[in-house]
Unconditional design. Structure first.
Length: 529
């Protein structure tokens, strides 16, 4: 008998699959909603069932816990591969593989009746989720016999309340993204909650897991090698607590964010932008996060790619479009909106010492504060007099015209920053490329990309050009202040700090005149294009 069985997904087959996955599950929502997502949002037409699949996460969990129980638990799983077409492909040797784009992803069904949904990666339905950006997505390439398939998405898993509660599952999801996107060492589910990583117990025991507090989750992430940042609502006394504003720079960086609220933890992996890009009250500077309506999360208790509205006012209008992807109104043990979140954990790389909150303060100072007025305004005014129109547009925005300045803060690999300045489409290589060639950069840098509100809101994406960028040292600390800026690029010029520039001298800064007046097309910029 072949290990592979192909099935057409008729209405009866969908019902059969749901019954098969539900089985003795204590929480039926994850299996049911995961299959509903495949049926409704991805419109899967066929499935290839791979029997006797060895799943690394389940094998590790079986070794640590299930093998010690009196009742035997199988070590082999089934993997279900879903396709967008009525594919006749059955993984036979020499058989023509599916067409590019047909593959929708896979679900590992582990032999744990109460929690069957194991490691899962499904395609994100961008076409049916207008305004959605899955910024933490990565490419996964499962092998089936001699064929390598490809799917881009974010890993998902159901908690089993033994090895992983919601806390461990959210950590597992975040760690798996960091492995694929930022090359962090692989973390298995059974490695998350141990006597070494948890460090201390508030109640119960390490295994079976009773769950973790946010403080314990922070300790676990640090023990797993992350430079963890822990934000708690109670520490923001007298300061506005806005989980979306806190999370946005990290999500734009491809760094997942763990959200805790109402006794439940989920992993944010993207955002939903206001597709109308409504006009905001003119301000000197605004972050792109002001246009985020909701966060996209992996919720082990609800299903993959759930929509978490920013606040209660966003809930009704989003339910009209995404009711099947939102937490039911009757649910109590979960954050129904981002406003319900009380703790945020960010698994940064260890040497990223400058956090987004402090980088934001520096950015605002350079885009309209003292640094801007003392260093850049006089130079931009001279360039404007010489006919650099983008310099004049930017100066007017700082003064309140064009809705003010809008910026996006994100952390990136310096090699990616250098490469993006090469030729883009019909645009020539950006002149800033030659400036950066002689400037040493750390592995990761915070970038601040800015334009005017009018341009950011323009319906024509070609008009949403980025006028300039700031490059900040991610290894700096909050004490560095403005000195964390390595290069400041404004229309027609770039200013480099001399102590790290080969062109340095006795002057405070080294200036470069750039022959440009067109900005940069932001085709690949998250929350922008």
């Amino acid at each position: 008998m072949s290990r592979f069985v192909r099935r057409e997904l008729t209405a009866d087959r969908w019902a059969s699959l749901k019954a098969e996955f539900a089985g003795a599950a204590t929480a039926t929502e994850p299996p049911s909603r995961t299959l509903d997502f495949l049926s409704r949002r991805l419109q899967a037409k066929s499935v290839l069932i791979e029997h006797d699949y060895v799943d690394r996460d389940h094998r590790s969990a079986a070794s640590r816990f299930y093998s010690q129980q009196f009742r035997a638990t199988a070590r082999l799983c089934r993997r279900y591969h879903f396709f967008a077409a009525h594919s006749r492909w059955a993984a036979r040797p020499g058989q023509k593989p599916p067409e590019l784009g047909e593959y929708l992803g896979y679900i590992v069904r582990r032999p744990v009746p109460q929690a069957p949904i194991g490691r899962t990666v499904l395609k994100f339905p961008t076409a049916t989720l207008q305004g959605a950006y899955l910024s933490c997505a990565a490419e996964f390439k499962p092998h089936i016999n001699e064929t390598e398939l490809s799917v881009t998405g974010v890993p998902y898993c159901q908690q089993d309340a033994v090895i992983m509660s919601c806390a461990e599952t959210s950590i597992w999801t975040a760690a798996r993204v960091m492995t694929k996107v930022h090359r962090h060492p692989l973390v298995l589910g059974s490695q998350i909650a141990t006597a070494d990583t948890v460090g201390f117990l508030s109640a119960g025991r390490v295994l079976p897991s009773p769950g973790l507090t946010p403080e314990q989750m922070s300790h676990v992430l640090s023990a797993l090698g992350f430079g963890t940042i822990y934000y708690a609502k109670e520490a923001f006394d007298g300061v506005i607590w806005d989980p979306v504003e806190i999370a946005a720079p990290y999500l734009a960086s491809g760094i997942p964010v763990i959200l805790v609220g109402n006794g439940h933890a989920v992993t944010a992996c993207g955002a939903l932008i206001d597709i109308a890009r409504a006009e905001k009250k003119p301000a000197e500077t605004r972050a792109v996060s002001d246009w985020i309506d909701a966060l996209i999360t992996q919720d082990d208790a609800q299903g993959p790619y759930r929509i978490l509205p920013r606040g209660k006012n966003d809930d009704p209008k989003l339910r009209q479009r995404f009711d099947d992807l939102m937490t039911p109104e009757s649910t109590k043990r979960s954050a129904r909106t981002a406003a319900d979140v009380t703790a945020i954990l960010v698994p940064l790389e260890p040497k990223m010492f400058l956090n987004a909150k402090d980088a934001n303060v520096i950015a605002r100072g350079y885009l309209g504060g003292t640094q801007f007025n003392n260093i850049f305004r006089p130079r931009l005014e001279r360039l404007a007099r010489f006919g650099v129109s983008s310099s004049r547009e930017l100066l007017n925005a700082v003064s309140g015209d064009h809705g003010g300045i809008v910026y996006l803060l994100r952390c990136r690999r310096s090699v990616d920053v250098r490469n993006e300045l090469a030729k883009q489409g019909d645009d020539p290589a950006h002149p800033l490329r030659h400036v950066l060639r002689d400037v040493p950069l750390p592995r990761y840098i915070w970038t601040v990309e800015f334009t005017t509100q009018d341009r950011y809101r323009n319906r024509d994406s070609a008009q949403r050009r980025i006028f300039g960028r700031l490059y900040l040292d991610s290894t700096a600390t909050e004490m560095a202040g403005a000195n964390a800026v390595i290069v400041a690029h404004f229309p027609g010029m770039a200013v480099v700090r001399p102590r790290i520039s080969r062109a340095g001298g006795n002057a405070d800064t080294t200036s470069h005149l750039l022959l440009e007046d067109y900005g940069v097309v932001a085709d690949n910029t998250p929350f922008w294009h």
